[in-house]
Design a protein around this ligand. Structure first.
Ligand code: NAD
Length: 355
């Protein structure tokens, strides 16, 4: 297959980790007989510096024409001035909107070799392998909001609003993913209180019962889910939920494996390119030191091959290589504890070597 993969290194450690992702993709292309064009474009703070816009038109057009986008991270103290006309994060929000990326996929998997890095007990967290599917472009973050005077000062409101279509499409993404995994789908809502959640429950039950009767399906209230995640995380396979609940639950879940440097994420729409990135930020405190962990970005590249290009064998090969590198005891500083550590480029060398 020939594919165009736009690389958006971004700011801070972004260029260092995306460089390792690119090397891994080059090896995959060679091994599996593909050709990947991988042009680089600016986004975030460096794009503000070079052309005053965190998402230049040229970047956006290149992304729209591509098969998929691999992003490092954006932001940093240099662009944190609250009085600034625009911020690096504005580029991220806009690209998600422009590409119609309504589903955010975040796998949360613990690695046996790194269980001691988890804040939870080994016997609780071992074997956790959850895929969160969070609705990304609707709900309370995008509903009407406002303020008006109130006898005590002011009152403010945000509206949580969802349509049948918005729920159907993200539930289908989650159900399709569950079919490729262990066949279990959990929908999280607050249907005992919220009308929007009652629509979620009604629509998702219909979609699953009529289109995915083979799946094991259950619903959990979001407050219970917050507890289950740290008491019995192994019980979940694919979890689908709306934007606000997903934002909070995925951050809670990101603590389970014990390192931000190992967690990838994907944002996808119904057609067109998806956006793949590590869940961590630009880590300005370690930028330029060649010590950042590139594995989340390398695993994001694997997700890209799996979800945007249906290259399952290629994605498996990358995930297997990462697993073998970790099993062999190699660690970047963030996951080394008090043991010895290797650099960003050495970690890239090892994964490439395994492939
Ligand atoms: P962060 O994720 O960048 O860093 C948190 C801590 O984790 C830091 O100590 C950092 O050194 C460490 N860390 C993160 N990734 C690492 C890696 N791959 N290897 C080793 N250590 C790693 O979060 P932050 O410090 O809150 O934010 C820094 C900047 O990143 C801010 O400008 C923020 O707005 C931005 N940010 C961007 C994104 C994104 O681009 N999607 C996401 C989150 C934060």
């Amino acid at each position: 297959m020939h594919a165009t993969i736009v690389l958006l290194p971004g700011d801070g450690i972004g260029p260092e980790i995306v460089a390792q992702g690119k090397r891994v993709l080059e090896v995959i292309a060679k091994r599996f007989g593909h050709t990947f064009d991988m042009p680089e474009h600016a986004i975030g703070g460096n794009a503000i510096d070079s052309c005053g816009d965190p998402l230049p038109e040229e970047t956006l057009n290149a992304c729209k024409k591509s098969n998929a986008v691999l992003l490092g991270a954006v932001g940093g103290p240099k662009w944190d001035d609250p009085k600034a006309k625009t911020r690096p994060e504005a580029g991220l929000l806009r690209i998600r909107k422009e590409l119609g990326l309504f589903a955010n996929l975040r796998p949360t998997k613990t690695w046996d070799e790194l269980l001691d890095a988890s804040p939870l007990k080994r016997e609780i967290v071992a074997g956790t392998d959850i895929l969160f599917v969070r609705e990304l472009t609707g709900g309370i973050y995008f509903g009407e909001s406002g303020r008006k005077p109130h006898p005590s000062g002011e009152e403010a409101w945000n509206v949580m609003i969802y349509s049948t279509g918005e729920i159907e499409r993200v539930v289908r993404v989650a159900a399709d993913a569950a079919r490729k995994r262990r066949g279990k789908l959990t929908m999280v809502d607050k249907a005992n209180v919220l009308e929007a959640s009652r629509l979620w429950r009604q629509v998702s039950e219909r979609v699953v019962k009529t289109e995915y009767p083979d799946l094991e399906y259950n619903v959990v209230l979001v407050d219970s889910m917050a507890m289950h995640l740290i008491s019995k995380p192994r019980e979940f396979d694919v979890v689908v939920t709306e934007n606000l609940f997903g934002d909070i639950l995925t951050d809670e879940a990101s603590m389970l494996p014990g390192s931000l440097g190992l967690l990838p994420s994907a944002s996808i729409g119904s057609s067109g390119p998806g956006l793949f990135e590590p869940i961590h930020g630009s880590a300005p405190d370690i930028a330029g030191k060649n010590i950042a962990n590139p594995l989340a970005t390398i695993l994001a590249a694997a997700m890209m091959l799996r979800y945007s290009m249906s290259m399952n064998a290629e994605a498996d090969a990358i995930e297997d290589a990462v697993s073998r590198v970790l099993k062999a005891g190699h660690r970047t500083k963030d996951i080394a504890g008090t043991g010895p550590s290797i650099s960003t480029t050495e970690m890239g060398d090892l994964v490439v070597g395994m492939l």
